[in-house]
Write a protein that binds this ligand. Structure first.
Ligand SMILES: NC(=O)c1ccc[n+]([C@@H]2O[C@H](COP(=O)([O-])OP(=O)(O)OC[C@H]3O[C@@H](n4cnc5c(N)ncnc54)[C@H](O)[C@@H]3O)[C@@H](O)[C@H]2O)c1
Length: 253
């Protein structure tokens, strides 16, 4: 129960990696805050966790809207007076090279994947600092480390997330706040299932995604959640600005 007494905010926690991380922190004793824009799925998750005896709060939020993020953090501060760990996980995916990507889509992907993390950080930091510090874990991607073909806006948003991690690690150390980053490889979540299902041959598309990495399989959300929990924990209290790949060996090639 390494997070007993701690308050943990996870964005994009209704499904997929965020959901697995939310559950992992709750299992370690944390009070967890589910931040997501999908009301129906989030309410179901919050109810399930409550039934299991966990302390959980769902705050409907679009992380790309400043007023909603500010109000979400206020809500957390009003309820507990503290915020110990923030996981910036909410994200969306888009295919297309520069010629195929509209300006509107480019701005939407950056607004959610990168500006959303900036806004949550901006408003969470004063609450964290008030209580002596905290930890931020950003969920970037293998796509932030290398240029994956045909997904320019997504790649750039994730490279930005790595830069945000390093900048904030340097800026916030004096406030007792560590900032680290996980770079997942393709992981079996609704995001990936939706992308695969758009292919004319979904089974072949999935096999292709598996075969391009040394471990020859997709990740599972719990494996990424374990890395998030690890970077948030005090066992690695010396880690800040760290970028941890959990990608089946994709970027080692
Ligand atoms: N699945 C992968 O292969 C993979 C690989 C590398 C990185 N990632 C990153 O991990 C994170 C989680 O991915 P996932 O696969 O679990 O995605 P997912 O689509 O399965 O779940 C994302 C969650 O974020 C929420 N969300 C989306 N936009 C939001 C917004 N504006 N405000 C609040 N909530 C919002 C969705 O409602 C959903 O619950 C994303 O940042 C993604 O880019 C995923």
């Amino acid at each position: 129960m390494q997070f007993q007494g701690k308050v943990v905010v996870v964005t994009g926690a209704a499904v997929g990696i965020g959901h697995a991380a939310l559950r992992a922190f709750a299992a370690e004793g944390a009070a967890v805050v589910l931040v997501d824009r999908d009301k129906k799925q989030s309410e179901a998750v919050a109810q399930a966790l409550e039934t299991e005896g966990r302390e959980v709060l769902f705050v409907p939020t679009d992380v790309s809207h400043e007023a909603e993020v500010r109000s979400m953090v206020d809500h957390v501060a009003d309820r507990w007076g503290r915020l110990d760990i923030l996981v910036n996980n909410a994200g969306v995916y888009l295919q297309g090279d520069a010629t195929q990507t509209s300006l509107e889509d480019w701005e939407r992907i950056l607004a959610i994947n990168l500006t959303g993390a900036f806004l949550c950080t901006k408003y969470a930091v004063p609450v964290m600092a008030n209580h002596g510090g905290g930890v931020i874990v950003n969920v970037a991607s293998e796509a932030g480390l290398v240029g994956i073909k045909g997904q320019v806006a997504y790649n750039v948003s994730k490279a930005g997330m790595i830069a945000l991690t390093r900048s904030c690690a340097v800026d916030l150390a004096e406030k007792g706040i560590r900032v680290n980053c996980v770079c997942p490889g393709t992981t079996d979540t609704p995001l990936v299932r939706a992308a695969v299902s758009r292919d004319p041959d979904p089974a072949a598309a999935r096999r292709r995604l598996e075969a391009i990495r040394p471990l020859n399989r997709l990740g599972i959300p719990e494996e990424i959640a374990s890395a998030i929990v690890f970077l948030a924990g005090s066992d690695v209290g010396y880690a800040t600005g760290a970028v941890l790949s959990v990608d089946g060996g994709y970027t080692a090639q």
